[in-house]
Design a protein around this ligand. Structure first.
Ligand code: MTE
Ligand code: MO
Length: 250
């Protein structure tokens, strides 16, 4: 080992220090102006435009990979949480008369059908135990029962409507609303759900009927369905309007 090669001269040290300081300054300037540029960008549905561009790119990648044959992992009944977490209460107030409820199904513009819970319960029942995932970071294995959305579509003769790109769902008071691509709605694990842990759905969990859609994050599992409609354009979506991803796929 040649020792003298390890030592820098005073002028070399000075040069390196200058280069280091200039690099540091340039890096800080890029961060500062980059951050300021980003925050001066216009918003697109609650999210800064460049961020929305990234969300849309993610959406096209994930929706391209979507397959009806790909099932979410399911669990045995014993693994389902006996006490299910309640999250989000927009449009699910306590004083709601479930006995008076009917599903408002907008088949086409000007063609609305009202369907009772008894009629929905008369369809074949499907149960699922899966890991419910909220976008806030928690997840919980939970047990739900109801009617497959694809069975409901078949029974009510909505094949044409289900080939439009989207389904929109609103709470009875229109306070909470979601838009979902019909490929995900028609997935075999998507349920119009009226039972949790083998009992009628509790009020704060969306009684009398909620959506369970395991291929999506929790935000899309609308509690207390009032209205269902079909559209070739993205229906309004509560959390999308507040800056979240529209697709919210898993
Ligand atoms: N009507 C309505 N549905 C909703 C919400 C809401 O605020 N209102 N929150 C959503 C969110 S963010 C999650 S994680 C799930 C939570 O369902 P849970 O309360 O049954 O756990 O409901 C979704 N559906
Ligand atoms: Mo959530």
């Amino acid at each position: 080992m040649k020792n003298k090669e390890q030592w820098l001269t005073a002028s070399q040290i000075r040069n390196k220090t200058i280069v280091g300081l200039i690099s540091l300054f340039a890096f800080c300037a890029v961060c500062f102006f980059g951050w300021r540029w980003l925050h001066n960008q216009p918003k697109d549905a609650g999210a800064l435009k460049p961020l929305r561009t990234v969300l849309n790119a993610n959406e096209s990648i994930f929706s391209g990979m979507f397959s009806n044959n790909h099932l979410s992992k399911t669990f045995s009944k014993e693994l389902a949480a006996p006490r299910v977490r309640v999250n989000g209460d927009v449009g699910v107030g306590k004083d709601f008369d479930t006995a008076q409820w009917k599903l408002q199904l907008i088949r086409n513009a000007g063609d609305t059908q009202y369907i009772s819970l008894a009629e929905i319960k008369a369809l074949p029942k499907t149960e699922i135990i899966f890991d419910f995932k909220c976008i806030e970071g928690w997840s919980q294995v939970t047990h739900w029962g109801g009617v497959r959305y694809s069975d409901f579509i078949k029974k009510y003769g909505l094949d044409t409507q289900s080939k439009l790109q989207f389904t929109g769902l609103h709470t009875p008071d229109n306070e909470y609303y979601v838009g979902i691509d019909n490929k995900s709605m028609m997935h075999p694990q998507t349920l119009l759900c009226y039972e949790m842990n083998g009992k009628p759905l509790p009020m704060n969990q969306g009684a009398p009927l909620r959506l369970i859609i395991p291929v999506k994050y929790g935000v899309k599992h609308l509690k207390r369905i009032g209205t269902i409609f079909f559209s070739s354009q993205r229906p309004p979506d509560y959390w999308y309007e507040r800056g979240y991803d529209y697709y919210c796929g898993l």
